[in-house]
Ligand binder design. Structure first.
Ligand code: C5P
Length: 238
């Protein structure tokens, strides 16, 4: 399916219309950003790795009964996805304390969070993605209470499935961010965006080493090297 008009150009992806009204062509880019865009670099090979890892994970989730916008991987950097109406929320699930959570609550780095904590952030660069609760989401009409319950249910299920997947390759799923949309035909809540080392924190089960974007955020190693290891280990599961 050929790509047509460019619909959106973001930090890590470009979205194109295809000849089919409800199907989009996604191109993963080599750009890395952190600190809400303040830190920015071109990292050759990043788009390829994130597309391939996301495609693997969305296929795995589908096999486990979790639908998403993902249709198919087209090439190393491209995929086809269903067009959805994106809900402007970042849904974060935390199994272990780190990142902004430690900054905010001053708890010990790596503390196991029982039960896992779910947080919602309003996707809004101008406002710096403020944290929201369910009342905010409802009152600002971003989603209905029923949709919020569905998002929470899917996020908890995805956490269980991804914890299991990553533990099979020696990694602890520390935390991750999801985005959801509405299916344009049925209105159903559908997992969207990507799931990759850009959007998850993954720690080696034995050494605690980061295999995710923290390597770039904190300048503690080579991003491509660690993303490649995640990809190679996932491929060995096939
Ligand atoms: O920075 P923070 O600790 O809140 O991040 C929690 C999780 O959400 C991390 O896995 C991070 O990679 C992900 N995240 C993201 N996109 C953002 C903010 C956080 O993928 N804009």
């Amino acid at each position: 399916m050929d790509k047509q008009d460019l619909l959106y150009s973001g930090k890590a992806k470009k979205l194109y219309q295809t000849e089919q009204e409800n199907v989009l062509h996604v191109e993963y880019l080599d750009q890395a950003t952190a600190l809400n865009g303040l830190k920015k670099d071109q990292i050759v090979g990043k788009g390829e790795l994130n597309n391939q890892i996301t495609s693997f994970i969305f296929n795995y989730l589908k096999e486990q009964g979790v639908a998403s916008h993902f249709i198919s991987q087209l090439s190393k950097t491209e995929q086809l996805v269903k067009k959805v109406q994106i809900i402007p929320l970042e849904v974060v699930l935390r199994n272990l304390a780190t990142g902004s959570f430690v900054k905010k609550f001053h708890v010990e780095e790596g503390k196991v969070l029982t039960p896992p904590i779910m947080e919602f952030f309003y996707k809004n660069d101008e406002l710096n993605d403020p944290m929201m609760n369910e009342d905010h989401i409802h009152a600002l009409q971003l989603a209905t209470p029923e949709e919020i319950q569905e998002i929470k249910k899917q996020t908890r299920l995805i956490n269980e499935l991804l914890k299991e997947l990553f533990s099979q390759i020696g990694l602890t799923l520390v935390d991750f961010k999801l985005e959801f949309g509405r299916d344009l035909e049925t209105g159903a809540i559908l997992l969207a965006d990507e799931i990759s080392p850009d959007t998850c924190r993954l720690w080696d089960q034995t050494t605690g080493q980061s295999f995710d974007k923290d390597v770039y955020r904190k300048d503690i190693g080579n991003l491509i090297d660690v993303y490649q290891i995640v990809f190679d280990r996932l491929m060995k599961l096939n």
